[in-house]
Write a protein that binds this ligand. Structure first.
Ligand code: SF4
Length: 261
């Protein structure tokens, strides 16, 4: 018998056994036209450093008011930036804000004025806030680090001397942000840009992939996790106006979230 005849014979035999019920074919899994079930929400990210169970980290005294926390920041020298700054840049806005915007750190202008987001990027942030019915007075704006990180601290008057904060500087300063969040207790945190988003979410994924995705942030001392929305830093929009469309989408999302009761 040739190979072809053998195969034909085998097929006939199998067909006969299937018709006799001797062999049962398992039904194929149904194909669904409905979209994939949503991925279950991941665990909230915690602002506590690894191994810490909660509460305020040592070296930052738990504060009862933003003013007393601001005094601690003004005197702080926990990292080298404390010896280089002109002014500590604590934060600005309403202590009862429902939404808190968090950037990476002060730049040249902020260092001189002691207020976050006061340059061109700050003006753009004001415009963005206005577009969704918010303002600098109704939200709270802060940074991950409170002192100006400079490429060359020996030349503080040079323009273009800004740099992102290092992981060590952010780790040193994070307890202040943690306390600010706990005292203000906003409903939502919006991280502005790569550095702030990575610092709070503790992951390496870039902002272009994280933006617009709601996450949860567990803050020590707070009963429930906060909603967190990453978006681009206003300075990125100045460099690439094509990003404005994404930020507008994120801000509409934010507005919808804030209108929920
Ligand atoms: S950046 Fe933060 S930790 Fe460093 S000196 Fe300034 S306030 Fe202190």
């Amino acid at each position: 018998m040739s190979d072809a005849q053998e195969l034909l014979e085998l097929a006939r035999s199998l067909r006969a056994r299937i018709e006799d019920g001797d062999i049962r074919l398992a039904p194929a899994s149904p194909v669904s036209l409905s979209p994939k079930p949503p991925t279950p929400p991941s665990e909230p990210v915690s602002l506590s450093p690894k191994g810490e169970r909660g509460g305020v980290r040592e070296s930052v005294v738990a504060s009862t008011t933003l003013e007393s926390l601001k005094e601690q920041v003004s005197a702080c020298k926990k990292c080298p930036l404390g010896g280089q700054r002109l002014n500590a840049v604590f934060g600005v806005g309403s202590a009862q804000a429902e939404v808190m915007f968090v950037g990476e750190g002060p730049g040249y202008q902020e260092d001189r004025q002691g207020e976050p987001f006061v340059g061109r990027a700050g003006q753009l942030l004001d415009d963005i806030l206005r577009a969704i019915g918010l303002s600098r007075e109704t939200v709270y704006i802060a940074n991950v680090v409170k002192c100006h990180p400079m490429k060359d601290p020996g030349d503080p008057d040079a323009r273009g001397n800004d740099r992102p904060p290092t992981p060590k500087e952010m780790e040193a300063c994070m307890p202040y942000l943690q306390e600010q969040i706990r005292l203000i207790a906003p409903r939502v945190i919006v991280t502005l840009g790569n550095v702030a988003t990575k610092a709070l979410l503790r992951e390496e994924t870039g902002i272009s992939r994280l933006r617009g995705q709601w996450r949860e942030l567990a803050v020590p001392g707070m009963a429930a996790p906060l909603r967190l929305l990453p978006t681009y830093h206003p300075a990125a929009l100045l460099r690439d106006p094509g990003l404005k469309r994404d930020v507008w989408t994120d801000m509409k999302n934010l507005r919808t979230e804030l209108t929920k009761t």
